[in-house]
Each structure stands twice: as structure tokens, then as C-alpha cells.
Design a protein around this ligand. Structure first.
Ligand SMILES: Nc1ncnc2c1ncn2[C@@H]1O[C@H](COP(=O)(O)OP(=O)(O)OP(=O)(O)O)[C@@H](O)[C@H]1O
Ligand SMILES: [Mg+2]
Length: 454
């Protein structure tokens, strides 16, 4: 377990010194404050427990207690009260103090109180993390987002999960949540108690993938010294997730199609037909139609898989999901890194909302993780997000003037139209994509006589 951080707030230096020395000796990380203002500042940097004097030069301890509890209800506060003030102690408990100690206090007793209090927080925290991660590992709510597109996806996943559909095809760019969606389908279905098996088709050579999927008989090939069940057999009653199906070799595509149509297969080197009851969820970030046209993917398999298609939309097409996703990851990294980030600066949020997120939710998650590791206060600012901070449109050699030249006006018009389309005609967002302000976008809408319907 990590060392707990304790904040000692008292304006009397001697008291502070004795507490700090003792608590540091035991091995705690201790920070101190002599005023209410300082106390709130230190608290914002992240502490687990506060020893708080009831009387401070710039405010009374009770109001500090309330502010601390407002900022983070998980912080434990032990009030240090004067002997006579029973009312004060009662008030403090009502306001959410964990306990109180009368001054002058017995240092040993106080240390015991601190230890007991910290035990409670770490338990509480553990319980919460367990609840969040284990109880419902892949409930449908794990897919964060309030955009119409995401609400639609969640409804679809719910329906598909409880339907008799034996195959599902998940498509979408990298990082849009296909893996997550596959698990969500499995755990929302009546197959949840049966296995969920997962294989990435591009990760193995064809022969190995075949025997992983369908199993093999003893002696089927050199080294096959015993019979082996494949994933389809092991997952009987459950779900097999075939990731990157677009990369599956043609011979295996044929064998998979046969299985999907007949629900039976033969192990490699075997003659017996084996019947299993599994749902196959296939995923790809390629456009399978294109792969079919190019002759890389069997058309019949494509049609068989495409009976129940679910498209995971790119993040840039649903910017409304960006703030809730950021809030979600800030919350989870607050717990994981024991940080206390409370806000994202509006200027940063504006940029985060207009950045196109080519890596989708995965990129956003990584950006928030990085920002949280960098941040020291309680706010994430633009500085913490180098990806979006960089002028996104910085042109370099990748944009080359063709030898035949271009029509600058036409190019400008085309870029403005694209920005407007991508932002759903939100002028502020379109402006941000082009690195201009809203007036400049308006001017160009006028100039090129652009209309939403076209
Ligand atoms: N709507 C969402 N809500 C919460 N987390 C999400 C959401 N979508 C994706 N994620 C998270 O983003 C990360 C990437 O998602 P995932 O691995 O499912 O993407 P993918 O579509 O399978 O990508 P790839 O094609 O690269 O395999 C994961 O950590 C996942 O939990
Ligand atoms: Mg994936």
C-alpha cells in the first residue's frame, strides 16, 4: 500500500512540530499548514487525512472542515478541539469529521486514532474500486457517452445481447471500443456464465490459428502429440470473439463460414463432426466491403457475418461524448493515482472537444492519463495536453503543392466545407479545426455562399 499523506493544520508551531515529528517517524508523509488558506491549498494537492485545529487565525476550523468535505468527501478529518468545547466537537462530527481529540491531547492516543481512521479509508477505497471494476466488469454502462450515436449503440448492444443472433459483426476505427462492446454483449447475454474466448486473427500464422480455433487430433501434424480442444469447443455455450477478422486467411475464412452455416466443424486431422453452441462476434477496423472488392475477403462470409452489424462511431463524429469520457477517466485515474483533479479548465475543454481524436477513445484515455500524471494542482489545463495544445493544423512537408499547382480559392472552400461538415455546422468547432475564429468562418460562409443543406 502507498504511504498515506497527513495534513497537520495548527497555527501553533510547537504543536505542529510535535505532530509532524511523530507522524513522520512512523512513516507517514506529512505536510503542514498554519492558516486556513494554506490548509485548503495543501488539501487540494491531495491528502488522505487532516488533523485540523478548531481555531485558526484566518477562519474557524469548522468552515475549513466543510470546505474540505465539499472538495473531497473521502478526506478524513480529525478536529483538534479545546477541552471545554463539547458543542464544537458535536458540530464537527455533524459536519463530517471522522473524530475529534481534545487539546491538550495525548500523542499516543492521537496516533492510534489516525491509524484507525486511515485503515477505514483504504478499505473504503478498495471496496469502491472493487465495486467499479469487478462486480459488473462489463455492464453496458461501461460504454460512456450521451450522444445520440452512443445511446443508439448501447440500445443495439442490449438488443443483440439477448437476441438469438449467433453472429455479430463489430466495425469501427481503431480505439472506438469494439473489444469493450464484444465483452458487453457477452456479459449482457444469457451466456454470461459461460466462457468468453478471444483470439486475434492477425496474431498467428494460419495453421496455428486454425488449430487454436478448431482444435486438433493427436498426430494431426508434427508436434501434435495429444488431442487438443480449440476455442470453439472450449467456449461451448458462450462467446468466441474473433478480433481483426479482416486479416483472416482465405482457407480459414472458408472453414469459418462452414462452421457458421452448419454449426459443426472437424478438428484439424479429425473426421468427426463436432457440434457446439457458441456465438461468434467478429470485429475489424477495416472496411470489409472494400476487402471483398479487392478480393481479400470472401463475399459469402461477409454476408454471413453482416447479418447483425454494429458500427462503433468515431469519436470525432460524436463530440458530445468527449466531456463525459474525460470526466469518466479523470474519476478513474483520481482513484488509481490517488489524485484529486476536480476540474478541466474551460479553454482546455474547448480544444479537447474540437480535436479530431484520430486514435478515438483510446487516444483520449491515454491523453487524460498523461495529463493526470503531469498535473500537480486540482485542475487540468491546456499545458497538460500536448496533443491538442499543438496547433493541430501545423502543416509540414506532408502537405505538398502538386506539380500542376492548385486553385487556392477552391481548396479554401473545400476545407471550410469539410470543417463545417465534420463539426455538424457548429461554427465554433469548425473554426477551431481551421485555426481561425468564428467571424472568419462566418465571413467565408458568406464569401462562398455555403448552405447547410449542400
Ligand atoms: N464508450 C466508451 N466508454 C468508455 N471507454 C471506452 C469507450 N470506448 C472505448 N473505450 C476504451 O477505449 C479503449 C480502446 O477500446 P477498444 O480496445 O475496445 O477499441 P477497439 O475498437 O477494439 O480498437 P482496435 O481496433 O485498435 O482493437 C479501451 O480502454 C476501452 O475500454
Ligand atoms: Mg480491439
Amino acid at each position: 500500500m502507498q504511504t498515506a499523506t497527513i495534513l497537520v493544520v495548527d497555527d501553533e508551531q510547537l504543536i505542529r512540530w510535535s505532530l509532524v515529528t511523530r507522524l513522520t517517524d512512523i512513516g507517514y508523509r506529512v505536510v503542514e499548514a498554519g492558516t486556513a488558506a494554506e490548509a485548503l491549498e495543501r488539501h487540494a494537492e491531495g491528502v488522505d487525512l487532516v488533523l485540523l485545529d478548531y481555531k485558526l487565525p484566518d477562519a474557524d476550523g469548522l468552515s475549513v472542515l466543510k470546505r474540505i468535505k465539499e472538495a473531497d468527501s473521502d478526506t478524513l478529518v480529525i478536529m483538534l478541539t479545546a477541552h471545554s468545547s463539547v458543542d464544537m466537537a458535536v458540530e464537527a462530527m455533524k459536519a463530517g469529521a471522522y473524530h475529534y481529540a481534545n487539546k491538550p491531547f495525548n500523542l499516543d492516543e492521537l496516533v492510534l486514532l489516525v491509524e484507525k481512521a486511515l485503515e477505514t479509508t483504504s478499505l473504503r477505497r478498495e471496496v469502491r474500486v472493487l465495486r467499479a471494476t469487478q462486480a459488473q466488469p462489463y455492464s453496458i454502462d461501461r460504454l460512456v457517452g450521451e450522444s445520440d450515436a452512443m445511446v443508439g449503440v448501447r440500445n443495439m448492444l442490449r438488443k443483440v445481447a439477448v437476441s438469438p443472433a449467433s453472429t455479430v459483426l463489430l466495425t469501427g476505427e481503431s480505439g472506438t471500443g469494439k473489444d469493450l462492446a464484444a465483452k458487453v454483449i457477452h456479459y449482457a447475454s444469457d451466456r454470461a456464465a459461460r466462457p468468453f474466448m478471444n483470439i486475434t486473427c492477425s496474431a498467428l500464422p494460419e495453421a496455428l490459428l486454425e488449430s487454436e480455433l478448431f482444435g486438433h487430433e493427436r498426430g494431426a501434424f508434427t508436434g501434435a502429440d495429444r488431442q487438443k480442444h480449440g476455442l470453439l469447443e472450449s467456449a461451448d455455450g458462450g462467446t468466441v470473439f474473433l478480433d481483426e477478422i479482416g486479416e483472416m486467411m482465405p482457407m480459414l475464412q472458408a472453414k469459418l463460414l462452414r462452421f457458421l452455416e452448419e454449426r459443426t466443424f472437424k478438428r484439424v486431422g479429425g473426421t468427426a463432426d463436432i457440434r457446439v453452441q457458441v456465438r461468434v462476434i467478429a470485429a475489424t477496423n477495416r472496411t470489409l466491403e472494400d476487402e471483398v472488392k479487392r478480393g481479400h475477403f470472401r463475399e459469402d462470409l461477409y454476408y454471413r457475418l453482416n447479418v447483425m452489424p454494429i458500427v462503433m462511431p468515431a469519436l470525432r463524429e460524436r463530440p458530445a461524448d468527449i466531456p463525459p469520457l474525460i470526466a469518466y477517466y479523470v474519476d478513474s485515474y483520481n482513484t488509481e493515482f490517488r489524485k484529486r483533479i476536480r476540474r478541466v479548465a474551460p479553454s482546455a475543454m474547448e480544444r479537447l472537444k474540437t480535436y479530431p481524436w484520430p486514435g478515438n477513445v483510446r487516444e483520449l484515455r491515454n491523453a487524460v492519463e498523461r495529463a493526470m500524471l503531469l498535473a500537480e494542482g486540482d485542475e487540468l489545463t491546456l499545458d497538460h495536453f500536448p496533443v491538442v495544445e499543438k496547433r493541430t493544423g501545423e502543416l509540414d512537408e506532408s502537405v505538398q503543392l502538386p506539380a500542376s499547382g492548385i486553385d487556392l480559392e477552391q481548396l479554401e472552400r473545400s476545407l471550410v466545407v469539410q470543417a463545417l461538415q465534420r463539426s455538424g455546422w457548429n461554427q465554433t468547432r469548425a473554426a477551431a479545426l481551421l485555426g481561425v475564429n468564428r467571424d472568419q468562418i462566418r465571413y467565408r460562409i458568406e464569401k462562398f455562399k455555403l448552405e447547410k443543406s449542400v
